[in-house]
Ligand binder design. Structure first.
Ligand code: SF4
Length: 445
């Protein structure tokens, strides 16, 4: 009988409510596309099922394909779905594997009977080695079972320069779906792992064992040139890092005459200190820069270890506005906020003429020092609430109800402002504002 070489790579849906921003930002399943490329090299037959875009339900797809192996990745908020899909895959007789950002830090949450392997790094080699049948004893960044008991092999930081190029077959098949706001389609490119900064609320700097690793920029530009898509979204936690690297990026993009639009994350202090460089980036197509403004006051910025202040944030937004680069200001509403603090964010946004704004509820990440600090205040243990739209720990100066009320008033005000300015014309404003109004007196999300 022919050996079953099918591997189903799964990225579950983000949420099963309609209030999930699907159709606004839908990310290409880049992590799975790296694994796909490795699997093809190894003679396996890969398939992707991405819950963001698939119309066929997961179980139906599983029954149709009958894969030998199912690999599932996701973030904290997707943990329940990851487990649900792993359980049903195991029942079908497949080997079950878990990986991705959440598993890197919270691997032990997946130590169940229906999961066979948990991968704790970015590297695709451990997946390859397990599939080759190598002894798990010798595979790093892997959790596995010896005689029914979980064994945690040491996680090892990966050098991103060793990563192979992703296979974008699935992206091209669904290019009507993967987007960043109005940029449709938008392909994702990763040029670095982790982040060298240490903002206290952030878990991204713990990825890759806390080791920052960058690709050679010439390799990045070569990849971009080959992507058949006009919009490129850099998924790095901070793309605006290293003046020389960025100057080289600009030079190579010009030299190769690449004409695309770019989206990236960048720190306000870098933007404020490099207006000339930002101008050059604008000239080659920088379109959106996502900037962690975080707070409207210096006290919170200091408490977060942001190594930046309000005047720097103001200057960064001023520079981006003056250059015509869209600044997407990312705010965190802290659990110690009063109604006045929520109002201050609204005032800051208006004063600084920030058109694009995203607001996250302060969320102590699992398996960090921060969650230990908040343990006694947790009001939920449901991982789906770790989506930055839910209050997971008791606010200190408002009731949970009062906090949600202020949060949704802020969101509604920002959405109405965006509606008036016509900046998200591709979305159904009425639906989102209706959902927020409902949440005013409910719970959020
Ligand atoms: S918030 Fe941004 S700059 Fe700070 S650690 Fe996280 S990714 Fe790095």
């Amino acid at each position: 009988m022919k050996e079953n070489r099918k591997v189903l790579l799964v990225h579950p849906e983000i949420s099963r409510t309609k209030y999930n921003f699907a159709g606004i930002i839908d990310n290409e399943p880049l992590e799975l596309e790296y694994i796909w490329a490795m699997l093809v090299q190894e003679g396996w037959q890969p398939y992707i099922w991405d819950g963001q875009v698939e119309k066929v339900p997961f179980v139906k797809r599983l029954r149709e394909l009958r894969p030998a192996v199912v690999y599932i990745c996701g973030r904290t908020r997707q943990e329940n779905f990851m487990k649900e899909y792993a359980a049903v895959s195991k029942k079908s007789g497949a080997v079950t594997m878990i990986g991705g950002l959440h598993a890197q830090r919270c691997y032990s949450r997946f130590f169940t009977g229906y999961i066979d392997y948990v991968f704790t790094g970015f590297n695709t080699d451990p997946i390859r080695d397990v599939l080759r049948g190598d002894s798990p004893e010798n595979i790093s960044s892997l959790c596995w079972k010896r005689d029914g008991r979980w064994v945690m092999n040491r996680a090892v930081a990966h050098d991103i320069r060793k990563l192979i190029r992703p296979d974008r077959t699935y992206f091209y098949e669904h290019s009507d779906r993967y987007r960043y706001l109005e940029l449709l389609p938008a392909a994702q490119v990763r040029t670095a792992y982790s982040c060298p900064y240490r903002c206290s609320f952030c878990i991204r700097n713990r990825m890759n064992c806390g080791v920052y690793s960058q690709r050679d920029i010439a390799d990045v530009v070569d990849e971009i040139a080959q992507i058949n898509c006009e919009n490129i979204y850099f998924t790095d936690d901070d793309f605006l890092l290293g003046e020389e690297r960025l100057e080289e990026f600009i030079r190579l993009v010009r030299e190769k005459n690449i004409r695309k639009r770019y989206v990236c994350y960048g720190r306000a202090d870098f933007i404020a200190a490099h207006p000339g460089l930002m101008r050059k980036l604008r000239d080659i197509g920088m379109y959106y820069v996502l900037v962690g403004i975080e707070a409207a006051d210096d006290g919170h910025l200091e408490a977060y270890g942001k190594r930046s202040d309000n005047s720097v944030n103001t200057e960064a937004v001023r520079i981006l506005n003056s250059l015509g680069i869209y600044a997407m200001g990312l705010f965190i509403v802290d659990l110690d906020y009063t109604a006045a603090d929520f109002l201050n964010i609204w005032k800051w946004v208006r004063k600084n003429d920030l058109r694009h704004v995203a607001v996250s509820i302060f969320t102590p990440e699992m398996n960090t020092e921060l969650i230990k600090e908040y343990r006694g205040r947790l009001i939920t243990r449901d991982p789906s609430h770790w989506d930055y739209l839910h209050v997971v720990a008791k606010p200190s100066r408002l009731s949970v109800r009062g906090y949600y009320f202020c949060y949704h008033i802020l969101l509604i005000s920002l959405f109405l402002r965006a509606w008036r300015q016509g900046i998200y014309d591709f979305i159904d404003y009425r639906f989102f504002i209706g959902s927020m109004v409902k949440n005013l007196f409910g719970f959020g999300g």
